[in-house]
Design a protein around this ligand. Structure first.
Ligand SMILES: *[C@@H]1O[C@H](CO)[C@@H](O)[C@H](O)[C@H]1NC(C)=O
Ligand SMILES: *[C@@H]1O[C@H](CO)[C@@H](O)[C@H](O)[C@H]1NC(C)=O
Ligand SMILES: *[C@@H]1O[C@H](CO)[C@@H](O)[C@H](O)[C@H]1NC(C)=O
Ligand SMILES: *[C@@H]1O[C@H](CO)[C@@H](O)[C@H](O)[C@H]1NC(C)=O
Ligand SMILES: *[C@@H]1O[C@H](CO)[C@@H](O)[C@H](O)[C@H]1NC(C)=O
Ligand SMILES: *[C@@H]1O[C@H](CO)[C@@H](O)[C@H](O)[C@H]1NC(C)=O
Length: 411
């Protein structure tokens, strides 16, 4: 896991945040808030690009054939594919977060799979214009951390680096002062050409950021300001009803109990084991232990190839196409089966087949790409948005555990 940076595309649709005071007292300093997730009403996202980016984020090598295939469908220049993506439905979820004094609001990706909080700023050397950047000189509280910098690199040519500031952050009405804000100085073209995103807001459980010398993460700063040391993610399938909450669990957003699973020992990510797998329609369950990371910043669900093969065995005419980067696809008129994941306490999460159907291909008419794809890591899988959309997710910082519950999916 050499590199832990990932950038996803997201909506520029207007977003807003509102504070929901939950404490009765007037003088509370701790807060709990909701950060709304806007709808991202786009069309076919570029699923292959999502896939190759996820592999890079998690430092999982593509084998040569996969790599060639991924490169070949980039069509000669990374930027071409990236630029073609524009704004896509359910590819990413974007939240509005304030930086500086007075607060300047930017569209950032709340990402449980990384620990850095970085933004495009007035220092950023990039030719790609974006709607909003953090204008450092307009913040009366921005304070350069002398001699400190951050740098994130991929195995390939993608990178970002910059300076480190202490400044104020407003996340859903919770003001954090002297938080560590990473300002991008240089961002590789392959990343910066994605102009809809203004920054990444890392929320990994206990991971150091890439700031050197080390600084506390924003999540560790935020934790002490929350009513309860939790945040929750309610990502929604093609809807503007989604939200993150900080400092409380919104019991209106889930059905039944929240089922907690402890994080694995020494987890830096939101990493845990699940214990069962089931393709709905089959009359057997697979029982074992699978290590996974809950990652709001990855679009797809990425699991070991044997699991993925097992799922697509149940999909008529599904193929895993080497010349298509090893991605699974099937006729678009195929109804995919629901996919179930079981936990040690007996609770089962069900991902509807409709959510498992991710996107179309421009160059393979009539074929659709699944939201579950293979991950060559021996060690862990990624439960990205395809999974998270199907559940109410609780990230319990204080308790070192994740909780999942059913919610009304409106199906
Ligand atoms: C940062 O360090 C440099 C060299 O060590 C020094 O010249 C400069 O004044 C320092 N800036 C601040 C804001 O402390
Ligand atoms: C967790 O970290 C401690 C201290 O570094 C170490 O002794 C222990 O073996 C680690 N546990 C696991 C499961 O890695
Ligand atoms: C989690 O699963 C892995 C296998 O994927 C296993 O080696 C490990 O012991 C499990 N840990 C716990 C705490 O269940
Ligand atoms: C699967 O392919 C066969 C022939 O290759 C075709 O007859 C059949 O209709 C296809 N099924 C679906 C669901 O597309
Ligand atoms: C999907 O379309 C193909 C080709 O048009 C057809 O052969 C197949 O029967 C259809 N499958 C379903 C499940 O409708
Ligand atoms: C799968 O998704 C694609 C677009 O994302 C859509 O065109 C297709 O109709 C969907 N298939 C089913 C069976 O819903």
């Amino acid at each position: 896991m050499a590199t832990l940076f990932f950038m996803l595309l997201m909506s520029i649709f207007s977003t807003f945040i509102h504070a929901i005071p939950t404490s009765a007292g007037q003088k509370v300093t701790k807060r709990s808030v909701t950060v709304d997730l806007p709808r991202n009403p786009g069309y076919a996202p570029n699923g292959r690009l999502q896939y190759s980016r996820a592999l890079k984020k998690w430092g999982v090598p593509m084998d040569d054939e996969l790599d060639d295939a991924t490169n070949s469908f980039r069509g000669g220049g990374e930027t071409g594919d990236v630029n073609a993506e524009s704004i896509m439905g359910d590819r990413e979820y974007l939240s509005r977060v304030g930086f500086g004094t007075p607060f300047q609001y930017l569209n950032v990706d709340l990402d449980t799979g990384s620990a850095d909080v970085w933004v495009y700023s007035s220092e950023t050397k990039t030719k790609t214009r974006r709607e909003d950047i953090f204008e450092l000189e307009k913040s009366s509280t921005a304070e350069l951390v002398n001699g400190s910098e951050w740098r994130i690199t991929y195995g390939d040519s993608s990178y970002a680096w910059g300076h480190v500031y202490h400044d104020s952050i407003d996340i859903g009405g919770i003001p954090l002062h002297n938080a560590v804000v990473q300002s991008a100085v240089d961002v590789s073209q392959s990343l910066s050409s994605d102009k809809d995103i203004d920054g990444i807001f890392g929320l990994a459980y206990d991971l150091h950021s890439q700031v050197r010398p080390k600084q506390p993460t924003v999540l560790s700063t935020l934790k002490s300001h929350l009513d309860k040391p939790v945040f929750t993610a309610d990502l929604r399938y093609q809807s503007d009803e989604g939200a993150y909450t900080f400092g409380y669990i919104d019991h209106h957003r889930h059905i039944g109990e929240i089922n907690y699973t402890p994080l694995l020992p020494n987890s830096t990510f939101w990493e845990f084991n699940f214990t069962g797998l089931h393709v709905v329609g089959h009359n057997y369950w697979y029982i074992s232990q699978w290590r996974v990371i809950a990652d709001t910043g990855t679009t797809l669900m990425l699991l070991s190839p044997d699991i993925v093969n097992m799922y697509y065995d149940a999909v008529p005419n599904a193929t895993s196409d080497r010349s298509f980067g090893g991605l699974w696809h099937y006729p678009c008129n195929t109804t995919l089966p629901d996919f179930e994941i079981g936990f040690a306490n007996g609770w089962v999460a069900r991902v509807p087949g409709r959510y498992m159907n991710y996107t179309t291909y421009d160059d393979l008419p009539g074929r659709c790409m699944g939201g579950l794809q293979p991950f060559m890591s021996e060690e862990f899988g990624i439960l990205g948005d395809i999974f998270l959309k199907a559940v109410y997710a609780v990230f319990d910082i204080g308790g070192g555990k994740v909780g999942f519950a059913d919610k009304d999916l409106g199906l």
